[in-house]
Write a protein of this length. Structure first.
Lengths: 171, 334, 295
């Protein structure tokens, strides 16, 4: 179902619109979203344990940029970085956008995706596993992140309100 | 002992309370989970329940008429036995329906401290003979044994007749080719010991190296496998890798397959197996939803005298290496 | 400190076995010798007469003979053999829980295949009749020392030389590697008197197969200061038979235990006798088993 939303959203919003979003306001918004989540659901970050200070690069195949996350609870940061030179990280997770999203909200089976090589994990496998397991246990909805009213209307809102925040909590 | 045929109990895995609920909503009768420490055999980062979550999880399950079992199935560390005893206390106080244990020290503590607590013998105890199972029944009063995955269906049928205890058999998921609880391959190559720390082929020892178009999967210092482009890749679990013997490269121990014994469910019921178990606490909600649903429908179909064939396709694409086997249940595996 | 010769884990011919134990009886410094098939019951019918004769010869030479049980009895025949051995009046070593039950309280040695990892499990074993412990190969020397502190009078025999028995399967890897089925294996494991080396896809020697058993490629050697061994409660060292001059191996350990040579001299001496793999000791230090920590 999530895949359908993403496919639909991408159908309405060409790639250039997403690229247009890259920049500090979005970074700021995503960073604040993760930090607010940490205030509301501290146990999630407890579950991450020592991987709270790991650096994750989440790189959707379709996009020229990637998300660089350090999920350190109220000190968390999300940066938007060029996919080709994302900087140092603990682990890089790449794959189709829809698969990445599904992976992290639990609607898609990580092992199957991995076994079929739909996603590629480079670097610290344990960090990737910890993040996946944490998000699996979290049962997050888009509104948990940004508190946006649902249902949302318009493709652009759908994209920013559902797709990117989901990537943010990937994130 | 006479064989009592009964409806198969569907036992599903959970790595979190969310996954536990997903399993029950998809049709699980029982769910097993572990605490987030070295006391359970799936001690992966971010996985398992916190002790504080357990009472709520038990309440949720009981409200749904489902059972929750806690796996305390590693072997206690010398000098650190208290942690395993605390896990037993946590389980008993939270009111879990059973604990699943393998260490005779842990079983003895549970028997002596919590006489009402139902004990299941973990697959990690590798009790695959009537004598071994009899020992645990007589000594610790175990009520159920989870069978090692190295037995054939014929052997299981004989065993069920020979022992006076419920028998639980794995029917789906990852497959250990070695006798469980008796395997030190992982700790030989890495700091992760399944018996002692609850991890096999631990993720912190895993590395993938892209060389040209192919990817090498390493566990510690050792290359466990190499994948060419387009080839289904597996997590480098030591016994599923490719190795070289006499200049020949092969999946020496086991092909990267996962167990699927859906076709054998009716046989299991007929020979008196009490419960069937799904492996995969680390695999998440999507996985458990699909597998629980497929096996729920199959078990119900068997009760209605119908075939399980229509439900086989519900599991497509879930298997490790995208392939399935009935494993040791069919003797040709050996 | 005693020296013990562990059970032969490989598929040697009956003639070879009888000759081997004759030498051990007549010329070796071993105090205890473990006999019996631990790995694969299919080998037994060929070997039993030779083992029985060897037992007599070893006993006549003043060695203590101990019979070891199978590590993974599965078939009815294997269970029957295990039950019969559990009923034996002499000394036995138990390698599977099923035999603990059948032994019904009489004395036995806990073998390295049993999962006795902690003091609570050991207390259980003592209550069942355990009079001697060969710790599981995964245990560090610190863990063994802890068991010793809790049960200070229990003799502890440390696995001190040989390829490590790492895993057992229902499946035979020798048969599989030769394209045969386990039930018609043609006893192909007899081609490899030390097991057959398994390498990684990058060409590094890694493990060794021995029928249904998987072993380390490296040879584990407990060349630890004798004082540390004593502090951990170790009263005997167990050497596992290999296709090398075991008399020389035993003599080297004997010299080490009596203080005539140092740990590094023991190691360099062993390196020169044509062992099938490198010397390792990681498990003793709580490290991965393949590692070689400095002595």
């Amino acid at each position: 179902m999530i895949s359908a939303i993403v496919d639909g959203a991408l159908g309405f919003a060409p790639l250039r619109d997403i690229v247009f979003l890259a920049g500090w306001p979005l970074e700021h918004r995503l960073t604040q979203a993760v930090r607010k989540l940490a205030e509301r659901r501290p146990e999630l970050f407890g579950r991450l344990g020592r991987f709270r200070t790991a650096v994750y690069i989440l790189s959707p195949n379709e996009l020229p940029f990637a998300f660089r996350l350090m999920p350190d609870a109220t000190q968390a940061t999300v940066r938007i970085v060029p996919a080709k030179s994302p900087g140092p990280s603990s682990v890089r997770i790449s794959g189709p956008l829809a698969t990445l999203i599904g992976l992290f909200d639990g609607s898609c089976d990580a092992d199957s995706s991995f076994f079929s090589r739909a996603i590629v994990v480079e670097g610290a496998t344990d960090a990737a596993m910890a993040l996946h397991n944490t998000l699996e246990a979290a049962e997050l909805k888009p509104s948990d992140i940004l508190g946006l009213p649902s249902p949302l209307s318009g493709s652009f809102d759908a994209l920013t309100g559902i797709l990117l925040p989901r990537l943010a909590h990937v994130g | 002992m006479s064989v009592k045929q009964q409806k198969l109990e569907l036992v599903c895995p959970a790595g979190s309370a969310a996954m536990m609920r997903a399993a029950v909503e998809a049709g699980a009768d029982s769910v097993y989970c572990g605490l987030n420490d070295e006391t359970n055999a799936r001690n992966f980062p971010g996985l398992n329940l916190d002790a504080a979550e357990l009472p709520d999880a038990v309440r949720w399950m009981h409200n749904r008429g489902a059972r929750l079992m806690l796996a305390i199935n590693t072997f206690a560390r010398a000098g650190g036995v208290a942690a395993w005893q605390e896990a037993v206390d946590t389980a008993a106080k939270a009111g879990v329906d059973a604990i699943i244990a393998a260490d005779i020290g842990v079983l003895a503590y549970a028997r002596d401290t919590w006489p009402g607590l139902r004990l299941h013998l973990s697959v990690q105890a590798a009790a695959g003979t009537a004598q071994a199972i009899g020992f645990y029944v007589q000594t610790y009063g175990i009520k159920r044994v989870v069978l090692p995955r190295v037995l054939s269906v014929e052997e299981i049928a004989k065993l069920v007749r020979a022992v006076d205890v419920e028998v639980e058999a794995f029917v789906y998921g990852g497959l250990c080719v070695m006798a469980e609880g008796r395997c030190a391959l992982s700790s030989y190559a890495t700091p992760g010991s399944p018996n002692l720390s609850g991890v096999c082929s631990p993720p912190e020892s895993v590395n993938y190296h892209q060389t040209g178009a192919s990817v090498a999967a390493r566990l510690g210092a050792f290359a466990i496998d190499r994948f060419e482009p387009g080839e289904a890749a597996g997590y480098p679990t030591l016994c599923k890798g490719r190795f070289v013997v006499d200049d020949k490269i092969s999946h020496l121990f086991e092909d990267p397959v996962s167990l699927n014994a859906m076709d054998l469910l009716e046989t299991f019921r007929k020979i008196g197996v009490a419960a069937v178990k799904i492996e995969g606490r680390q695999r998440g909600k999507a996985y458990v939803s699909r597998v629980a649903d497929a096996f729920r429908q199959s078990i119900d179909a068997i009760e209605a005298g119908q075939s399980t064939a229509p439900f086989a396709s519900l599991l497509d694409g879930l298997a490790e290496g995208q392939r399935e086997t009935a494993g040791a249940y069919r003797k040709t595996w050996r | 400190m005693e020296l013990a010769l562990g059970p032969l884990l490989f598929n040697w011919s009956a003639e070879r076995i009888e000759h081997f134990y004759a030498e051990i009886a007549d010329e070796s410094v071993f105090d205890r010798v473990y006999l019996g098939e631990v790995v694969c019951s299919k080998r037994m019918p060929f070997l039993e007469p030779a083992l029985v004769r060897s037992a007599d010869r070893l006993a006549d030479a003043g060695k203590t003979v101990v019979w070891s049980t199978l590590a993974l009895p599965a078939t009815e025949r294997e269970q029957k053999l295990t039950r019969e051995l559990a009923d034996f009046d002499g000394e036995i070593e138990i390698n599977d829980m099923s035999a603990v039950y059948a032994r019904s309280g009489r004395a036995f040695t806990v073998g390295p295949y049993l999962n006795v990892y902690n003091e609570a499990a050991l207390a259980e074993m003592l209550s069942f009749g355990c009079v001697r412990l060969c710790p599981n190969i995964e245990l560090s020397l610190d863990a063994t020392a802890h068991l010793h502190r809790v049960s200070p009078t229990l003799p502890i025999e440390l696995f001190a030389f040989g390829r490590l028995p790492l895993a057992l399967s229902g499946r035979c890897y020798h048969a599989r590697a030769e394209g045969l089925h386990k039930d018609a294996c043609q006893f192909v494991c007899d081609k490899d008197p030390d097991g057959r080396t398994i390498a990684t896809v990058e060409g590094a020697d890694f493990l060794a197969m021995n029928g249904v058993q998987t072993m380390s490629h490296g040879l584990h050697v407990a060349a630890v200061q004798v004082s540390s061994l004593r502090a951990a409660g170790v009263t005997a060292l167990r050497l596992s038979p290999h296709n090398v001059d075991m008399l020389a191996v035993a003599a080297a350990f004997s010299a080490f235990l009596s203080g005539r040579i140092e740990a590094h001299e023991l190691l360099s001496g062993l390196s020169g006798i044509g062992l099938p793999g490198p010397l390792i000791n990681g498990y003793l230090y709580g490290a991965p088993g393949h590692m070689a920590m400095p002595a």
